[in-house]
Design a protein around this ligand. Sequence first.
Ligand code: MG
Length: 274
Amino acid sequence: MTRLHLALAIVALSMLAACASAPAPGRAAASAGYDPQQDLGLLWVKHSAEYTAITRQTYRFAEAALPRFIADTSWSAMPGQSDAEKLPPAVILDVDETVVSNVDFQLTFERPFTNRKLYDFYREHAAIPVAGVVDFVAAARKAGVDIFFVTNRPCETIDEEPDPCPQRHGVIDELESIGISTDDEHVLLADENDWDRAKIRRREHVANTHRVIMLFGDDLGDFVPCVRTKLYGPCTEPATKASRAQLVEKYTNYWGNGWYILPGPMHGSWTSFK
Ligand SMILES: [Mg+2]
């Protein structure tokens, strides 16, 4: 090896070491000195009347559109869904920050985040409904719409739990506690049945049997795939700030028209693009 090669190798190794030790952008908040009690995103969700007003507004606006989307059997909120006229209508909702608010968990958990910490939190704390969702789900069901919950909480074993997928019943119990009853078939978690963390495959699974008339979520990934730096599902390139903005524009006609996004200032795919 020449001196030049040796120098280049040392530089490359140094860069690799730096990358390995640096926190991912989305985890920067986990670094020392971070105080959730000073995080404006968290404080806004916890304390602002505006947050409650926005979520209530979103669900009420969607409820008003239910009759139109139920009646128009050519309508689907899933781009590319066709031949669905005879399928029963369904709505897909994300769970965290869409149906239940995790703000108290976000304000108190010891960083870094793990799914286990969230699971344990809800064994001991009551779930907080996102304002407006309970009334919306009741209205949709009354109108004959099936409701599915697609969440990226994982389906994985926990040492002391005999259930191989205790998170599913964790979610079902949380929803029950806020007044939304559901069952195993309607709660679709990440990484089960060869589904990865891209929710598109689970949305397609619902679309096999239902005409999907509305999508709800707090993250761009609740509506379209390829919004993250990691490659999931059909994605071949890491997302960028620009590609995410382009997706919002590409599907502009869906926003407020079958797609209903809720505020997500506490966490989510956006945090990798600050
Ligand atoms: Mg969410």
